[in-house]
Design a protein around this ligand. Structure first.
Ligand code: ADP
Ligand code: UDP
Length: 240
């Protein structure tokens, strides 16, 4: 496999074409951003930590029957993935109230949500990722009914797998965001793309409720990458 030209540089990762038209390379950079790119910093080792973290989680999900784009680690900061036609809708599950949910509804942080909530947001930084729903997604052809049904099913399946994984390691999976894509244009062929790392979820220590995710960066709590590594160590991830 040969890495070719860069197709897209996002806020935290870059996407490269390869000599295989069906595969891309994702490069995890040290760039860290929050508030739709308004707060930006370089955090040493972040690319490596998130790349290894994501590989570990994608392998767990794949083993549990969630189809993912993950093909293999290429280096400390690079992963080979299946090329997907990304669906511009982010799927968010919450087990505990936090973040935009509290701001939007005026509810207190830390309430257990039973059953967990499921929300959709349009991936659009300029509009600050507005909340949308299935009707809007279908009417604007962002995704079909069948694709949305599959995305929801897989997002909840991810919750079953990861809630238990974090719980066994003494942590609470508060919420997370997933992105899906089409691997072949067939609506039954919905595949989990992008990444799962402490950048795109909230994780708290079960006992102390210490924040162990990107809220450390958003809220200026310090030790961002050291804490990501602590989460990884508790899960048994070996960083390079
Ligand atoms: P953003 O675009 O939100 O700034 P990133 O910096 O993480 O985010 O950029 C990664 C980009 O790559 C995202 O737009 C994401 O949707 C896209 N992407 C992730 N996985 C794949 C894939 N398998 N195929 C095509 N695009 C992908
Ligand atoms: N999230 C994300 N990217 C986004 C929006 C949200 O990774 O563009 C994640 C976020 O880290 C959190 C979950 O999705 O784990 C829910 O985010 P929320 O709606 O509370 O928004 P936020 O408070 O992050 O603005």
């Amino acid at each position: 496999m040969e890495k070719r030209e860069e197709l897209y540089a996002g806020k935290a990762k870059s996407v490269f074409r390869t000599d295989d038209p069906e595969r891309f390379v994702l490069v995890f950079r040290d760039d860290t951003s929050a508030f739709d790119g308004e707060k930006k910093e370089q955090l040493n080792r972040k690319g490596m930590v998130n790349n290894c973290f994501n590989a570990f989680i994608m392998e767990k999900l794949e083993a549990a029957g969630v189809p993912t784009h993950f093909e293999g680690l290429l280096s400390a900061t690079e992963t080979l993935v299946k090329k997907l036609d990304m669906i511009p809708v982010e799927c968010v599950v919450r087990n505990v109230s936090a973040g935009s949910l509290c701001r939007r509804l005026g509810v207190e942080e830390g309430q257990e949500l039973n059953p967990p909530t499921y929300e959709l947001f349009l991936k659009n930084d300029a509009l600050h990722d507005p909340m949308v729903n299935e009707s809007l997604a279908v009417s604007f052809s962002w995704a079909s009914e069948a694709e949305l049904t599959q995305m929801k099913k897989l997002t909840y399946k991810v919750n079953d797998v990861l809630k238990a994984l974090f719980d066994e390691a003494g942590m609470l999976l508060v919420d997370y965001k997933l992105e899906f894509g089409r691997s072949s244009g067939d609506s039954t062929d919905i595949v989990l793309g992008d990444e799962f790392s402490p950048d795109g979820c909230r994780i708290w220590d079960k006992e102390t409720r210490k924040k162990m995710d990107k809220d450390r960066f958003r809220q200026g709590l310090g030790d961002v990458i050291e804490t990501y590594e602590e989460v990884g160590r508790r899960l048994g991830i070996r960083f390079q």
